[in-house]
Ligand binder design. Structure first.
Ligand SMILES: [Zn+2]
Length: 199
């Protein structure tokens, strides 16, 4: 059974400012409308930062809208977190890398945000490592290597088109509350993008 409004009010009241802000910035889009209203009211009554309220509204923006495109342009116009270049719009790709050891095959999929050149370099180097070290494990080495190579070829094709990739759109959609909170601060925005690559 879903908690009723009174229970929600009590739950939100008992959260610390940090927990409440984090819920607002990261999960507002997944709350049902009544819960969202209670959350907004609680934030207002505590006098929390306006950015948090804006972070909630941002999560309710439709990906197809002009407003969402504004966030895409904002992220794409940042300096590359890898080479610091500013000439090419940033993009994102999922890069697959497989390494097999005697008994174990390790498959890592990693989201990376950078300029197209840095993304292509990372993609190529993951592909080389996979080709060299991925195949040894049986049977997973072969299966996972084939998956990783297919993924990397697809990423390379998307990147060449110059359009924002699905990976970039879904990264922005998931993190839009956080992006809204740091959009006016270039340094924080850069730090956020850089931390994605280090995950
Ligand atoms: Zn770069």
């Amino acid at each position: 059974m879903q908690p009723d409004i009174e229970q929600l009010k009590t739950t939100y009241k008992n959260l610390s400012d940090d927990k409440l802000s984090s819920l607002a910035i990261n999960e507002a889009a997944s709350l049902r409308p009544e819960a969202l209203e209670v959350l907004q009211a609680e934030i207002k009554s505590r006098g929390l930062d306006e950015d948090i309220a804006n972070g909630i509204s941002a999560q309710l923006i439709d990906t197809g809208s002009l407003e969402f495109d504004g966030y895409v342009s904002l992220i794409r116009s940042q300096p590359c977190p890898v080479c610091a270049g500013t000439l090419l719009p940033l993009n994102a790709a999922v890069i697959g890398i497989v390494k097999s050891f005697i008994l174990v095959t390790q498959y890592k999929k990693k989201v990376m945000i950078a300029c197209p050149n840095c993304l292509q370099n990372a993609n190529q180097s993951a592909t080389n490592t996979t080709a060299l070290l991925g195949w040894w494990g049986l049977p997973w080495g072969i299966i996972r290597s084939a998956q990783a190579l297919t993924r990397n070829v697809k990423s390379a094709r998307q990147l060449r088109s110059g359009e924002p990739t699905d990976t970039l759109i879904s990264f922005i959609k998931t993190n839009i509350g956080v992006i809204e909170g740091v959009r006016k601060n270039k340094q924080s925005l850069g730090f956020m993008l850089d931390s994605v690559n280090k995950r």
